[in-house]
Design a protein around this ligand. Sequence first.
Ligand SMILES: *Cc1c(COP(=O)(O)O)cnc(C)c1O
Length: 253
Amino acid sequence: MHASISCRGNAGIKALVKTEEAWVPTAKDTSLYIRPFMFATEAALGVHMAKSYKFMILCCPVGAYYATGLDPVKILVENELVRAVAGGTGFTKCGGNYAGSIAGQVKAEKLGYSQVLWLDGNERKYVEEVGTMNIMFKIDGEIWTAPTVGTVLPGVTRDSMIHLLKDWGYNVREERLAIDDLMKAGHDGKLEEVFGTGTAAVISPVGELRFKDDVVVINGGKTGELTQKLYDTLTGIQWGRLEDKYGWTTVIE
Ligand SMILES: *Cc1c(COP(=O)(O)O)cnc(C)c1O
């Protein structure tokens, strides 16, 4: 069997995927989602670091994320609620981070938006992440994405995209970007593409951003050329359609 796994090598995951190989779907763009997780199992009350934990790896066959091609989403910029604060746990994939993000997600959905663009927790000024994805902006030919300074999760998809972009000659600026500057770039016609990056969706094009009463439509609400190229390239590598010169895939046989 050949199964490409896009998470970076781990003996337990390899053994599990081998054991469960009958569950690996083969139809186009389907995959076996692999989710390692861990929770405390100590039978005690009290707020302290637990002495015992259970580590598990969950596998789930999933259908094509985009059944009919990449589909741009509308995003609400959240200016009150925050996902992560400096000194907190935003940099890690920790359950508590998700609990803290749900009120914002509900609010966005009520207003007809599918995800939240989170601003930094101190000043509510700099863009950080979108929903549970990292986010990138193509402004005047350059790529901007938030630096992973403690409140931003250093996603593996973000890292892969940065490698591809740099190889293609793009200037990638891992710098703080103020929401006001972002909206201004949108109104000045310089905000060319916006996309979220994460394992499940790989890439999620953003067609519209709303900050308070200000709305910016990106690339006419359509998937950008670079966004599509990044998606095709990373999924091409994952599926073995393209050469993997980075050593990102692992063949399990
Ligand atoms: C999972 C996650 C990401 C994306 O990480 P990947 O490793 O690319 O899947 C980004 N931000 C948050 C908050 C996440 O939970």
